[in-house]
Structure formats: structure tokens, C-alpha cells
Design a protein around this ligand. Sequence first.
Ligand SMILES: Nc1ncnc2c1ncn2[C@@H]1O[C@H](COP(=O)(O)OP(=O)(O)OP(=O)(O)O)[C@@H](O)[C@H]1O
Ligand SMILES: [Mg+2]
Length: 503
Amino acid sequence: MDLHDHLRVVRQRWWVVLATVMVALGVAGFLTVRAEPKYTASVTFFVTTPSRGLGDAYQGGLFLQQRVKSYVDLLTSDRLAQDVAAANPIGLAAGEVQSRVSANVQMDTVLLTATITDTDKGRALRLAEAVAASFIPLVERIETPPGDDNPPVKLEVVSGPRVNPDPVSPQPTRTFLLAGLIGLVLGVGLSVLRGRADTTIHDGETLHRVTTSPLLGQVPFDQSARLSPLIVKSAATSARAEALRKLRTNLRFVDVQEPAGVIAVTSAVQGEGKSTTACNLAIVLAEAGWRVLLIDADLRRPRVANYLGMPTGIGLTDVLIGEAEINDAVRPWGDRSLLVLPAGSIPPNPSELLGSKGMADLLLSLRESADIIIIDTAPLLAVTDGVVVAVQADGALLVTRAGKTSRTQVAAATQALSSVAARLLGCVLNMAKVPPSEAYQYEAYRVTGPTARSVQGGNRPSRSTSHAVQGTGLEAEPPRGQIDVLATRVVDQPTQELTRIPR
Ligand SMILES: Nc1ncnc2c1ncn2[C@@H]1O[C@H](COP(=O)(O)OP(=O)(O)OP(=O)(O)O)[C@@H](O)[C@H]1O
Ligand SMILES: [Mg+2]
């Protein structure tokens, strides 16, 4: 993962960063409210030595700089604490005095500062005075050699004792800034870790990179899709429908020199939205005036008829084994620009059937009956059926379920297609998370014109009103034998948006 990937991962998991920062700020706020304010009082000593002459002064200076370091420890020693507690009773035991005193020496000087920290301002000051009063005689007593009355060092208070009127803690501004920073670093770290652990594909850019094929569409996750998989009626103006229309338009640009007339809709694993995408793509293509034939070639889990609300009667398998005529098996859906060839009876040997010469011949003959043939297939990594169909089509459309399918699975699916020289037209990220800004755009520019009309029950005049189903358009079927597949044509052209792929 490079820096760009890390940034993307953090952007995708911005809520983790936000949550961590909020938690850190919350903890900081709690600690600030709970913390008792603390004050400091300080006193500064100047340490000197009686000298005679310049040479002596220099030697004395060096001597003091070394001694003064020991005085820092002496200020926090048991001995001084006991002296303070004994001489100036301010209600604190020696240990309590010791815990309140800290000391430091200013670099390369003989200035020594004792700092007293206490929750009580007045007590801090009184303790500083007591420390000053006890420390000077203690040093002189310790430094005076036995039998001598003159100590070699002399301490004088040069500053303080003085108490700082503002508390040294808590410091809300510093605490919140620090907490915010820690939360940010933790949040970014967590997002990157989660991003590294998560190998699923979440965005179109990654899908494009893994498949090295064009990203033709990103279909947003739609809660209502489980119950109403088709983009008809009220769903015809949904964000999902718009995304599928975009997919229709993008398909046009895939290869203008060699446009694909037969498109296999496939995916790496089960449940990524192949059948839904195939049905809806067929619907939007038909909506734009194309003669579309939708074939359900997923002979293991056929869903097309079910999604389109058609009875699962005879279909592809029955035609392939010679038990039914193609004209009987193909049925119109909605108005006559969309024809459907359901899967038919479930056979024991789907791969052989799909790879048979009969299937190749059938596809060849059907090419003439439609501008575009959309074939729904089985998942590529589960069985060979998908590859067998994709290789016979002009190209495959790889559907990937956002946040579920792993990069390895998508790469394996791409590899499965390329190993048989099947042409990968592009990929579609299904059930994608759409940023709220984009969702808003969809809302703001809801399509209300002719392109928004669903195929069935739409306003386009139908040539065969006896078969066109008003309302749902799902149940009614023309009598068997009356459909001449080769004669089926859409006469009325769409009044808006021409997306005809040149043949
Ligand atoms: N964009 C979407 N948002 C929400 N749900 C969706 C979306 N697309 C498809 N679904 C739902 O996901 C489920 C699986 O869809 P579908 O049957 O199309 O997948 P599939 O790839 O054909 O599955 P299988 O591998 O079993 O054939 C269905 O319930 C469908 O309604
Ligand atoms: Mg399916």
C-alpha cells in the first residue's frame, strides 16, 4: 500500500478518525472537570563562596557549579523534609512535604530554584517559606568541616518565596489540543490497520486497478432492491436506476470500433448482483429503444424469470436439448423491445450444455434478432459455466459487490476470463456506498422525462398493446407460437437520449 492508498483508506474510514478524536476529547474533558486545580510557589537561592583574589574566585565558581547539583537532590531529600515538618508545623508530614517539593538549577549558573506544588495556594506559599528557612542552615551545617565555624558556601534567597496566582494544572487548552492530536494519530492508525486487514473492494478505483479494465458503473446500495430488484415504477427515478443508465451510456464507449453485441454479465462469486444487473441493464437498454434479448444462462441458480415476474416455463435448456422451439421459449417482457429467454429446466450438466455446439449455433442465430444480447451467468470462481458463456460472448461485464468481494477473488475472476481469452469489457461496482453529496445530486436532478419511464407501463406507445402489460407488465404473456423472434422490432424511437451502439 502506498501513501495514496493509505489516504484513501483514511478517507473511507473518516468516521473512525472522527470517533477516536471525539473519544479522546471526551476523556480530556472528563479529566479536566475532575482534576483539582494545582498551584505553585517558588523560591530561588544564589549560592556563593567567600573568595580571596581572582584565581580563588575562578576555582570557587567551578566548585560551586558542581556543588549546586547536589543541592538539587538535597532540596528533595528526606532530611530537609523532616527539618521542614519539624520546624514549621503546617499540618504536613515529612513525606507529604517531600512529595510537594521539586528543584532545578539554571544551566551553568549557581541559581537554584525550589518549587512547591499544592492544591492550596496559601499552603504552597507557606511551604516555600518553610523550605527556604530550613534549607539554608541545613546546607551550611552539612558543608561546614568539623572544627571549623565558617562554611565554605553561602546561600542567599534572591527571588521569592512567591506563589503563582494561576493554577499550573489543569490547562484545558493544552489538554484538549493534546487529546485532539492523540485522537487523530490513533484514529488514522486504526483506519490504516483496518484498511490493511480488509481485503475487500470498496471503491471503483481499486476495482479498476485490480481488473485493469474500465470501471463502467457504480450502482449504489439500495435497501429496496431485495424486495423490488427491478428499476421500474417508482424505482425508475432512483439513484440505482440513474447509475444503471450511466452504465448503459458507458458501455457505448467501451470500444466504438468493435462494439459488443453479446454481453455476458458475470462475477467472481455468488450474490454479487449479476442477475439484477443483467435484468436492469436489459430494461434500460430497451428503454432507450434497443432491441434487447436477455438470456438466463445461469443454469444452476436461474433468477431472471423470477426477477422479471415471469413464469419459469420452458427456456434455454429445453431449446438446447431440442425439446422446445426458440420462438416458443423466448417471451416478450413489457413492450416488445425486450425479449427474455429464461433458463428453463435445470439440467444435470450445465457446463456441457452451455459449451455445446448447439449453444454456439443458437447464439449465432439470435444475434440477428436483437441489437444487444445480455446473458446472465453463474459466478466464475464457483463453476466453469460463467467462463464457458463469456468466451462465446463478445465481451463480459464483471459485477463486483462492494465491501464483500475480495481483491484476490476479483483478480482470480479476471484471470479466469483472460485465461480463455474472453474479452473483459469493464467492471461494475454494485451495492456501492454513494457519498451523501452524490446522493443529493441524484435527488436534485431526478429524471422525470421520457428516459425515466419504465419499459412496461411507460408512456411510449406500444405496438402490441394486447401483450404489453400495463401496470406491472409482468404477468401477461402472448400466446405461444405467435412471437416471431426474427420479426420483432421496435418501431418507436426514444424521444430523448440516443445511446445506440453502432453495429
Ligand atoms: N444495488 C443493490 N443494492 C441492494 N441490493 C442489491 C443490489 N443489487 C442486487 N441486490 C440484491 O442482492 C441479492 C443478490 O442479487 P442477484 O441475484 O442479482 O445476485 P447474483 O450475483 O445473480 O447471485 P447468484 O450468484 O446467486 O446468481 C438480491 O437480493 C438483490 O436484490
Ligand atoms: Mg444470479
